[in-house]
Design a protein around this ligand. Structure first.
Ligand code: SF4
Ligand code: SF4
Length: 472
């Protein structure tokens, strides 16, 4: 018997208690320091305990804080990742309807700069029909109980014919198969209308994620139209009109100069009549290509492509699958992320807790991303970087795609993480970041300090809620 390697503990301020969490079982307990000490004594090999201590030990075993051996932890981890990989309960498909965008964000690797949009790919209705056929085959092969269809780009609402076609056809495909359909949209919000929401709601619209980059002035500076006009008020108007109709999440991309404007944005959102209806509010740092000179004041974070081109052609600053996504763990700057998370929670908005971040969909066999030309990718972050394509919806057999698929087949970055307690919720971090920063998607991309900060936040929340569950 020994303490699980997935235990984390936080001494609670001003009291003689300790918050214990096990990231594998997800058990969370507040225990007296004596009980926490029992774990240390077990780790030292002690086996003689008083009756009340043995009762506490029974509870700790039940909740996964004490396991048979380190080997048992590792074996459980292997099984866990196998189950994540092979899980058939949900089929997830992210479709990039277009790589075009109607914004001209300074920081963005895509968008309306120069003649970008002239050449940016857009899915045709013919490709959409073949995408639907492919998805129907997957539905038959996987037989999931739910199907999550996420629209992403570029700006997905710039290609409404494809978005509506896929939604309507696949909603019917799900209906006849008895599968629950969930549609998510990740959008800049400028073209979001009640009519779009009304049309998608009966088909299974699950939520819309809209991006705001700071308070009004900051957002208007960061996310202008091509002519330089601000977009904040129009987006907010659009959100206001649809907030009662569907779940809205607010995302945002911050840099060193804009991060301090986020509390003002949060205050502004809190004052809105739809504040209580927001499903999630979460922000993350802007990503800059490694080899392009990034503007002064942006965080030098993650390469988006070795050649400075868009990694995947997808806007990684909003990559993910919206309100239900685990993908919000891409590229964050730990300290600022923690600061904004606390500010968001302080105003009562639901947000990521900083601990339950993964494993993300790159680890799931039944999660796919489809680019505008029908190319398949392992996750939205790789979409559009053609060499990372793992296949094509038409089943074409090309050696380079097969080789790429093999690279993604089993990503086990965590195998280099030794006995890190966060492996079940981190899985070695974002593979897109590892690929970009380290040139190797199999390497860990570590943001452990952010996980640690997240546990401290969970500890404070638990302390505010409860008295010790276990006392020695
Ligand atoms: S690898 Fe990174 S970009 Fe891809 S799904 Fe995971 S967290 Fe998101
Ligand atoms: S990447 Fe870092 S935090 Fe994540 S599992 Fe590995 S060591 Fe732990």
């Amino acid at each position: 018997m020994q303490p699980s390697m997935f235990n984390v503990s936080v001494p609670l301020d001003g009291r003689d208690d300790v918050f214990l969490m096990n990231t594998f079982s997800d058990a969370q307990l507040i225990v007296s320091r004596d009980v926490a000490d029992v774990l240390d004594r077990i780790a030292r090999g002690e086996r003689q305990f008083a009756a009340d201590e043995r009762d506490a030990i029974d509870t700790l075993v039940e909740q996964g804080f004490i396991v048979e051996s380190r080997a048992a932890d590792h074996q459980a981890l292997e099984e866990f990742f196998h189950n994540v990989r092979e899980d058939r309960s949900q089929l997830r498909v992210t479709v990039l309807t277009t790589l075009q965008c109607n914004f001209a964000c300074d920081y963005c690797i895509q968008g309306d700069h120069g003649d970008y949009n002239k050449h940016a790919a857009k899915m045709s209705l013919d490709t959409a029909a073949r995408t639907a056929e492919w998805a129907e085959q997957r539905l038959d092969a996987v037989a999931p109980s739910s199907f999550a269809l996420t629209f992403f780009g570029g700006e997905p609402l710039l290609n409404l014919p494809v978005l509506f076609y896929l939604s309507e056809r696949l909603a019917e495909s799900c209906r006849v198969r008895g599968v629950r359909m969930m549609i998510n949209i990740i959008t800049n919000g400028l073209l979001l209308t009640p009519a779009i929401v009304d049309r998608l709601t009966p088909l299974g619209l699950n939520g819309v994620k809209v991006t705001l980059d700071g308070d009004r002035d900051t957002h208007n500076r960061m996310r202008p139209l091509r002519g330089g006009q601000g977009t904040f008020d129009r987006i907010l108007d659009n959100v206001r009109q649809v907030a009662g109709k569907t779940r809205i999440s607010i995302g945002g991309n911050f840099d060193e100069q804009s991060v301090d404007s986020y509390p003002a944005l949060l205050d502004f959102l809190r004052e809105q009549e739809f504040a209580g209806q927001l499903a999630k509010v979460a922000f993350k740092p802007i990503i800059k290509p490694a080899q392009s000179a990034h503007p002064k004041g942006t965080f030098a974070l993650t390469a988006v492509g070795a050649d400075g081109k868009p990694l995947g052609g997808a806007c990684m600053t909003s990559a993910g699958t919206g309100v239900s996504s685990a993908c919000d763990n891409c590229h964050f700057l730990d300290e600022k992320m923690s600061y904004l998370r606390e500010e968001t929670m302080r105003r009562g908005f639901p947000t990521m807790d900083g601990v339950h971040m993964g494993p993300c969909e790159i680890h799931k066999h039944h999660a796919h991303t489809i680019g505008p030309d029908g190319s398949l990718y392992a996750c939205p972050g790789f979409a559009g970087e053609a060499t990372q394509s793992t296949g094509h919806i038409d089943g074409r057999d090309e050696q380079w795609r097969r080789e790429s698929a093999r690279r993604f087949e089993v990503i086990t970055a965590w195998s280099e993480c030794n006995d890190c307690a966060f492996i079940p919720v981190c899985a070695g971090g974002c593979s897109v970041a590892a690929h970009a920063e380290l040139g190797d998607l199999q390497k860990p991309n570590c943001h452990k300090t952010s996980f640690e900060a997240g546990v401290v936040t969970l500890a404070r929340q638990a302390a505010a809620r409860a008295e010790p569950a276990l006392a020695g």
